[in-house]
Write a protein that binds this ligand. Structure first.
Ligand code: ADP
Length: 279
């Protein structure tokens, strides 16, 4: 559980990234934290994990004040940053040194995820690996910690296309009911089919915090052929296959969420989206 109450945060001599932000993440979901570049996704995750301190308000993560970074909280959270620091040691040594910080670390899982990522040589020096390869090791490690809360900042950045697809498979096989995973991205497509709850960060506030089920209950994603049929849509996008639309789901029809259309629809209709989801 993560709880932010009336949080105000600014970097030194900068205007606030967040002013009076309140947010509660409870339940074991895979959250997709979406937002344009520079909206504050990294900052928010750093605040939640106690790496940055809010000037006002309170942040509790896993039952502890985040900024205190008490061992009890630290063994429950794993933060995978976008810019990773790795020491100049082998993968095998990395596992030996860092696994003991996490009481529920599973060597078996770590090896399974590494195998899925096709990294078999545990004697290679991590520092000498490519950015994408390092990322794979840390994603595998993060999931194997079995921490209750895992933050992943732009995890698919730097992965090539086949690796992105393996990443989704690894995440799916690791998703269980015992943890929260918060994944930030501005490449919304990469998260498709992975996440069950969407958080959209926009202009310093949470524009949307809803499960995929809640979203498809309130919004309908469709494809129509004529402009006329699309005229009531909140958002429409012309493609070769027709006009993709996002509309209010007044007739309670079933449809499949498209994360990119949702994101564009939300940013293009801020007031309406808040009204529909009564934020
Ligand atoms: P995102 O992760 O959504 O791209 P960030 O959290 O990195 O956004 O950044 C939010 C805002 O804070 C941006 O305007 C960025 O320029 C600014 N910012 C980020 N890090 C720093 C820093 N260390 N010092 C000053 N400003 C920063």
């Amino acid at each position: 559980m993560i709880q932010l109450k009336n949080v105000t945060f600014h970097y030194p001599r900068r205007k606030p990234v967040f002013a009076d932000l309140s947010l509660e993440l409870e339940g074991n979901h895979i959250y997709g934290l979406l937002g344009k570049n520079g909206e504050g996704k990294t900052t928010l995750m750093k605040l939640m994990s106690g790496l940055l301190f809010a000037q006002e308000g309170s942040i509790e993560t896993s039952g502890e004040k985040a900024y205190l970074r008490k061992p009890k909280m630290l063994e429950e959270i794993y933060f995978l940053p976008e810019e990773m620091y790795v020491p100049s040691i082998t993968i095998e040594k990395f596992e030996t040194v860092y696994a003991p910080f996490y009481p529920r670390f599973s060597a078996e899982q770590f090896h399974k995820y590494m195998e899925m990522f096709e990294i078999v040589d545990f004697q290679q020096n991590m520092k000498k690996m490519s950015h994408g390869q390092k990322k794979k090791v840390l994603i595998a490690f993060a999931l194997a910690t079995n921490c209750g809360i895992i933050f992943m900042d732009e995890p698919s950045n730097g992965l090539d296309i086949p690796s992105k697809s393996i990443f989704r498979k690894v995440m799916t096989s690791a998703a269980d009911e015992h943890r929260q995973i918060i994944i930030s991205t501005h490449q919304v497509r990469d998260l498709h089919s992975l996440i069950d709850t969407i958080l959209i960060l926009d202009q310093g506030e949470i524009l949307l915090n809803a499960s995929v089920d809640q979203i498809t209950e309130k919004l309908r994603f469709g494809v129509v052929e004529t402009e006329e049929e699309a005229q009531d849509a909140l958002y429409k996008e012309d493609t070769l296959r027709g006009i993709y639309t996002v509309s209010e789901n007044t007739a309670h029809e079933e449809s499949k969420m498209d994360i990119e259309l949702l994101f564009n629809a939300a940013l293009g209709n801020r007031t309406k989206i808040k009204e529909i989801f009564s934020l």
